[in-house]
Design a protein around this ligand. Structure first.
Ligand SMILES: [Zn+2]
Length: 519
């Protein structure tokens, strides 16, 4: 490693920083590779996930993260700024502490959902009640007064806490099939139980609140050991907490068997009024075609059950490290290279949609957008997103990337345009050539995506480094390409109903979010 570094520094010495001379792709590539650093990535990851923490829109941590990113970029000699695009209900998570206090004492694993109303510093102690299996909405209304002063359990009790892969490995075929049948039946029955209240999930929470419930208890299991998804509360006055499958199942069984479990819940939080929301945009100005843009894209916000390490801490690290090494090795790009760290992707791609709306002059001159947002793994898929000639330019750019960086990548051309999922879709909808650098899974869907276990320890730094190098190389190729990329759209395959496929349409950013009048 050390010897390689010395050689590379020596070689870099002879790279003329764009004084009209043609750059040598392979020298640039080997310098980019040598510069990308796992130590650097670990420092960034620690600062972002452990020190700042999760980055829910509207929280002080989100704002801190934006300021941190600007400072980091400036320390690397890259200009960066926070662009305000809207405002959101401000809220700050405090401690969640949940104990069973009867029939015996046990601390439970769980936490309040995002934007949950605070209990204040004094714990709420109350009995539990399970959402009634009412025959219809009238009998539900008759039952409703019984929730007064109680914590209401509104999630199904899962029949197993073992993920399916565990059943497949150790169970008999019959026992696995039986479990799945039981689970399907329970899931259908629970869905009916909710439907028969005559209310949506949100209206149900509010009806329970109006009837004097002490709080709402959910368990949103993510089908892996120890993982729950943590989204937002629907209540306005009483706390909404999520309890881990194991503890939720215990409370559920104790309630069913008439053992009257009682829990103590302290869930503190602060309401902060409406607060501004931002995108962080960093820029390395182009020297020949400064009005054409290569954009490195990754949403910056997260849900807050964990620390947003793989959604989208890792995408963030990829783009920041790519920018840092580009600035060192290729500081005078032909085209302008931007990094966009978008706010509020999780509530509907809001930061990137706002950027597309606010910067038509940039969007119409985009050479390429590279977005990464599905976990820590090595990039394994790139689709042409329905751009007819994407094969020409992406194929050309990738062909130059060393095989050690790209061997695992499968491409699909022209592909179909993504209508959502992550921020590239905001650009695709505007007809700009935007692509998703799609990672291999590392059990993202069940274990880290929006869960309480999306934490630093799940980051695979070797893969993140690989992705930073790949992104920097693609940015370099896109910037250097003598040709402007084509935006011609492929004729899309017919829909299932036989109608012609339609390109996704631009959607408006929510500029004022987290409040009832939001659409
Ligand atoms: Zn994401």
């Amino acid at each position: 490693m050390q010897i390689r570094k010395v050689i590379c520094v020596f070689v870099s010495f002879f790279i003329i920083l764009r004084s009209g001379a043609q750059l040598n792709d392979s020298i640039v590539f080997s310098n980019l590779s040598a510069e990308a650093s796992i130590d650097q990535l670990k420092t960034l990851a620690h600062e972002l996930t452990d020190i700042i923490g999760p980055r829910l829109v509207g929280t002080p941590q989100m704002k801190k993260a934006h300021d941190w990113a600007v400072d980091k970029y400036n320390s690397w000699g890259i200009t960066a700024k926070n662009e305000k695009w809207g405002e959101w209900r401000g809220w700050e998570r405090g401690i969640s502490h949940i104990d069973m206090v009867f029939p015996r004492s046990e601390s439970l694993e769980g936490m309040q959902l995002a934007w949950s109303p605070s209990t204040g510093s004094k714990a709420v102690i109350a009995d539990m009640i399970i959402l009634e299996d009412a025959v219809d909405s009238i009998s539900f209304l008759q039952w409703l007064p019984k929730v007064k002063g109680k914590f209401v359990m509104i999630s199904m009790n899962q029949p197993t806490g073992r993920p399916d892969y565990n059943w497949e490995e150790f169970g008999t075929k019959e026992s696995f099939e039986n479990m799945k049948k039981e689970r399907v039946a329970l899931t259908e029955a629970w869905a009916k139980r909710i439907t028969r209240t005559g209310l949506t999930n949100k209206a149900l929470a509010l009806a329970l609140e109006r009837s004097g419930a002490a709080g709402i208890v959910t368990s949103n299991w993510s089908r892996g050991f120890g993982v729950n998804k943590i989204f937002s509360a629907n209540t306005k006055k009483i706390p909404t907490i999520d309890i881990a499958l194991e503890d939720y199942g215990m409370l559920y069984r104790l309630t069913q068997s008439g053992n009257k479990p009682r829990i103590s819940v302290r869930a503190e939080s602060k309401e902060l009024g409406m607060v501004p929301t931002f995108n962080t945009v960093a820029e390395i100005r182009g020297t020949e075609k400064p009005d054409e843009y290569v954009i490195l894209s990754a949403h910056f916000d997260s849900w807050d059950g964990g620390t947003g390490a793989t959604d989208n801490g890792t995408g963030t690290l990829v783009m920041m490290e790519a920018m840092r090494i580009i600035k060192k090795i290729y500081p005078n790009p032909k085209r302008t290279i931007l990094a966009g760290h978008w706010g509020s992707e999780e509530q509907g791609l809001n930061g990137s949609r706002a950027f597309v709306e606010d910067h038509p002059e940039i969007v119409k001159n985009i050479q390429a957008v590279f977005n990464q947002d599905n976990g820590t793994g090595r990039v394994v898929n790139i689709s042409g997103q329905g751009f007819l000639h994407a094969y020409d330019y992406i194929g050309r750019w990738l062909s130059k990337v060393p095989s050690s960086i790209k061997d695992q990548i499968e491409t699909k051309f022209p592909g179909t345009p993504g209508g959502g999922g992550s921020d590239f879709a905001s650009f695709v909808a505007a007809g700009a050539p935007a692509f998703s650098l799609s990672s291999n899974s590392w059990s993202y869907g069940s274990y880290t995506w929006h869960t309480n276990r999306d934490t630093y320890d799940k980051i695979v730094f070797d893969d993140v480094r690989n992705n930073a190098i790949l992104t920097a190389m693609l940015a370099y190729m896109a910037s250097e390409d003598p040709l402007k990329t084509s935006r011609e759209k492929a004729i899309l395959p017919n829909t299932k109903s036989g109608d012609p496929g339609i390109w996704p349409v631009e959607k408006k950013a929510t500029r004022r979010g987290g409040i009832d009048d939001e659409k």
